[in-house]
Design a protein around this ligand. Structure first.
Ligand code: NAG
Ligand code: NAG
Ligand code: NAG
Ligand code: NAG
Ligand code: NAG
Ligand code: NAG
Ligand code: NAG
Ligand code: NAG
Ligand code: NAG
Length: 509
């Protein structure tokens, strides 16, 4: 009997670890699941534990510690995200366990190929001298590290290189040059096409020009490999619960990008002034007015000095959920997933305009579509490949239970936190085993995962209360601050059920 049980268990485990998401492809305006052909809209989080300064400090990178990745993947699966963006990865480290964990829970990864170190990114003040073969060698090594994972969604060739009108003069041709080199490298050495794009600063004077410059077709009947495959926008224009679709200027963005022939999404959003955040923009971004865009990524998962975090983590591995985590989850739970997965055949059959100076409106912005040739030695590097570059691959995920202590916003310890295997993109309001703590455990167990009503009344009211009272306690001092409201939120986190809310109130701290 026992051994039969063991066999069944291990067969299940095997089935679980074999699960992998389908690669995503670009279909003009939309991302699309390459197997099901459903539209893919990014419900994402920027993931940069340790902040930008963590690069090169020998403390690993965000995707090199499987234990912390397991904790964070479990929390993100509950939250409902389907994509993370990782800045500053170190291509010499092993990312297999982390990427396999994220893959197993239906979470894709957008990888920045640059690092915030001289020589490992384009210098916006002097692009020509920083566009070197040794720079290309670094970014191709990043491609080697991530090219074999099915959940690599794309590579950012650059982030905010253009951040005002003057930097819009010399840089645009170099951004296209780097994209071309990456795409040629991927075509020669990766098992599939992986999208390559750019992440723009929200500087409205140059935003439309940047997008128009990067998305147009620059080929004379040939193959335009310097074109962006997607366009990310780092935008913090929706601030507080008094903002709106028009006050934030989201309406202008929708108009600007209405004819886009590549996916456009927020590569960062989530204004944190005022706090706590209400995340009302989530309902706009994923609502019927903004279907032109392909979603976005909230800045950011871990609490860092800049105070945008959803989760406070400690070096001993302990994590404390912050109020914004609960608020964001309750907003995600109201999203209409059916709408997001519906493809628009007009949007997927648009043709890019031919590159031409008349696409550019700001006088100071480049109209030069002569893309610099690769630096000496680069073509050889592209054809032969980076020698001895470590290449990642998916491994079996054997650990599923989070061993580190995680505390909910009311201070109670979350019990039974684990990842749940999935073979499709993660979605909000699905598969929540709930973040049960202490006395809440039994109540939540009985309310079960059938929370198809998530997004209904209870979650909505919880989010109001969450944003009203507790998240100022951002640095982990949540315990006392949230005693009055935190318990209330627990029920709402995983479940819409009002009964849980009442039950949970019992375990005030
Ligand atoms: C264009 O180039 C890309 C990347 O080099 C390649 O995958 C694709 O097949 C080419 N398309 C055509 C029509 O030549
Ligand atoms: C979008 O493209 C169509 C067809 O090319 C054109 O008629 C329309 O004016 C464009 N709209 C915008 C907002 O650029
Ligand atoms: C981890 O560190 C935090 C912050 O110093 C502390 O509050 C917590 O008790 C520690 N957890 C464990 C399990 O030691
Ligand atoms: C992973 O992170 C945890 C928590 O910060 C730490 O205790 C552990 O030593 C790390 N593991 C490795 C292999 O670096
Ligand atoms: C969700 O979106 C689908 C597709 O657009 C639509 O038919 C449905 O009515 C929407 N549901 C809600 C609750 O708005
Ligand atoms: C489909 O896409 C086209 C082009 O972007 C747009 O004009 C149209 O409004 C979209 N239709 C729906 C139902 O969103
Ligand atoms: C949710 O769970 C079901 C069955 O437990 C599984 O088939 C599905 O892939 C999971 N979906 C997600 C998004 O986790
Ligand atoms: C939502 O909750 C309020 C207060 O409990 C109640 O009056 C209202 O009828 C509920 N609405 C729905 C749609 O359930
Ligand atoms: C709006 O946000 C402010 C703080 O920024 C808060 O005091 C107020 O209660 C919020 N209102 C609602 C309806 O959530």
């Amino acid at each position: 009997m026992l051994s039969l049980l063991n066999i069944i268990t291990s067969v299940c485990a095997l089935a679980a670890t074999a699960a992998a998401v389908n690669p995503i492809v670009v279909k003009e305006q939309e991302f699309s699941d390459s197997v099901t052909n459903s539209r893919f809209v990014i419900i994402g989080i920027d993931y940069q534990p340790g902040g930008q300064g963590a690069y090169g400090t020998n403390s690993g990178d965000p995707l090199s510690n499987g234990t912390t990745c397991l904790r964070d993947a479990a929390l993100m699966q509950q939250l409902g995200v389907n994509t993370i963006r990782c800045y500053n990865v170190d291509p010499t480290l092993n990312h297999d366990e982390c990427v396999s964990i994220f893959n197993s829970v239906g979470i894709y990864i957008l990888v920045d190929v640059n690092a915030p170190v001289p020589g490992l990114s384009i210098d916006r003040a002097d692009p020509s001298s920083s566009y070197t073969t040794s720079y290309l060698q670094h970014i191709f090594t990043v491609v080697e590290a991530f090219k074999s994972y099915p959940n690599t969604l794309g590579f950012f060739a650059g982030n905010e290189i253009i951040n005002d009108v003057p930097t819009g003069q010399a840089n645009p041709p170099y951004i296209r040059a780097v994209q071309r080199d990456l795409k040629n490298y991927i075509a020669a050495h990766a098992p599939r096409t992986i999208p390559v794009g750019y992440s723009a600063a929200d500087v409205r004077e140059v935003l439309q020009d940047t997008w128009a410059y990067l998305q147009c077709n620059n080929a004379n009947g040939g193959n335009d490999t310097s074109r962006s495959d997607f366009f990310g926008l780092n935008s913090y224009s929706w601030c507080g619960n008094q903002s709106s679709f028009t006050i934030s200027g989201y309406n202008t963005l929708v108009e600007t990008f209405s004819n886009t022939t590549i996916p456009v999404f927020f590569s960062e959003y989530g204004c944190n002034n005022p706090v706590p955040r209400a995340f009302d923009e989530v309902l706009a971004i994923y609502g019927p007015q903004m279907t032109t865009l392909s979603g976005g990524l909230v800045y950011e998962f871990t609490q860092e000095a800049s105070d945008f975090g959803l989760v406070q983590t400690y070096s001993n591995g302990t994590a404390q959920l912050l109020g914004d985590y609960d608020t964001l989850m309750s907003q995600y739970n109201k999203v209409n997933v059916t709408l997001l997965e519906s493809s628009n055949s007009t949007a997927t059959s648009l043709q890019p305009p031919q590159c031409n100076s008349n696409l550019i409106s700001n006088d100071g912005f480049s109209t030069d579509f002569n893309i610099p040739n690769p630096p000496s030695g680069a073509e050889q590097l592209i054809s032969s490949g980076v020698s001895n570059a470590p290449t990642g691959s998916i491994v079996s995920v054997t650990r599923t239970s989070v061993q580190m202590a995680v505390y909910a916003t009311n201070g109670g310890q979350v019990s039974g936190l684990k990842i749940q295997p999935a073979s499709t993109a993660n979605r909000p309001g699905q598969n929540g085993s709930g973040l049960s703590t202490g006395a809440a455990a039994s109540a939540t167990a009985s309310s079960g995962t059938g929370s198809s009503s998530a997004g209904g009344n209870a979650t909505g009211s919880a989010s109001g209360s969450a944003s009203g009272s507790s998240s100022a306690s951002s640095t982990g001092a949540a315990a006392s601050a949230s005693a009055s409201s935190g318990a209330y939120k627990i029920g709402a986190v995983g479940f819409a059920g009002g009964a849980v809310v009442v039950g949970a109130a019992a375990f005030a701290l």
